[in-house]
Write a protein that binds this ligand. Structure first.
Ligand code: ADP
Ligand code: MG
Length: 242
């Protein structure tokens, strides 16, 4: 890696009453990249995002964003530094318009955001929902709600976006639209870490894959290399002694 990583995770562990949900996980994310984290259900992917964004405190280990240690910092503090999370289950303010929902991201994001209106518009445009600006959130389809969640996250002016299964439950057309949005966000200068199950999309959009299985990182590398790794295949298909 040439430049300093934008995110560095070192020896991160999290136990829930004896269950090792994340076990000594280490990796670094290069600025400007799209990295996907894959792994079976329960592998620890959302827990890893919770640890990075301050929703959970780790049992051990460190998280660094740029030159700062953010381990155990408050979620709003981490967001103000420029780390945004698009949640797996979005909970928009259903009676507010798309514009007003995205505006919340612009209001509570990275410190120093001043032009809330322009930042809100830009978030909607990047997420391809500018045409829905005046619609109440409760009139949106599942696919449009996912775009709204991404728009809200990006309107914080984040430099790093953690997107947790943005394509879950979307049809192939909607999935392709979301992948296009992620590409556009990356092109705008935002580094992306993606948790996603749809393998064709993951293979197409990612510079790199990290594979979690039962809380441990079992593979890390270019998508085609990782997808052919016997340990990765076993984790997905189950080994004979499982
Ligand atoms: P993934 O996102 O990869 O499907 P999760 O990170 O949601 O997996 O969960 C990893 C493991 O940790 C699972 O066994 C899950 O039941 C457990 N877990 C997650 N969050 C909690 C929590 N707050 N309390 C107790 N157990 C949890
Ligand atoms: Mg999850």
């Amino acid at each position: 890696m040439s430049a300093a990583p934008i995110l560095q995770v070192d020896g991160l562990s999290k136990s829930f009453r004896g269950l090792r949900a994340i076990s000594e996980v280490s990796f670094a994310i290069e600025a400007g990249s799209i990295t996907s984290i894959i792994g079976p259900n329960g592998a620890g992917k959302s827990t890893l995002f919770n640890l990075i964004t301050g929703y959970l405190a780790p049992t051990a280990g460190d998280v660094r964003f740029r030159d700062r240690r953010i381990t155990g910092m408050a979620t709003n503090r981490i967001a103000e530094l420029g780390v945004a999370r698009a949640f797996q289950i979005a909970r928009p303010f259903r009676d507010l318009s798309v514009f007003e929902n995205v505006r919340i991201g612009a209001l509570f994001g990275k410190a120093g955001s001043r032009d809330v209106e322009a930042t809100t518009r830009r978030g909607m445009e990047l997420a391809a929902i500018a045409h829905l600006a005046d619609q109440p959130a409760n009139t949106l389809t599942v696919g449009q709600l996912r775009h709204l969640e991404v728009a809200r996250a990006i309107a914080t002016r984040a430099d790093l976006l953690l997107a947790d299964e943005p394509c879950a439950g979307l049809n192939p057309t909607e999935t392709a639209a979301m992948i296009e949005v992620l590409r556009r966000i990356r092109a705008s200068g935002v580094t992306i870490v993606l948790v996603e199950h749809d393998m064709p999309s993951v293979m197409e959009v990612s510079d790199r894959l990290l594979v979690l299985d039962a809380g441990a990182m079992i593979a890390d590398g270019p998508p085609h290399e990782v997808a052919g790794d016997p340990r990765v295949i076993a984790a997905y298909l189950g080994s004979p002694d499982d």
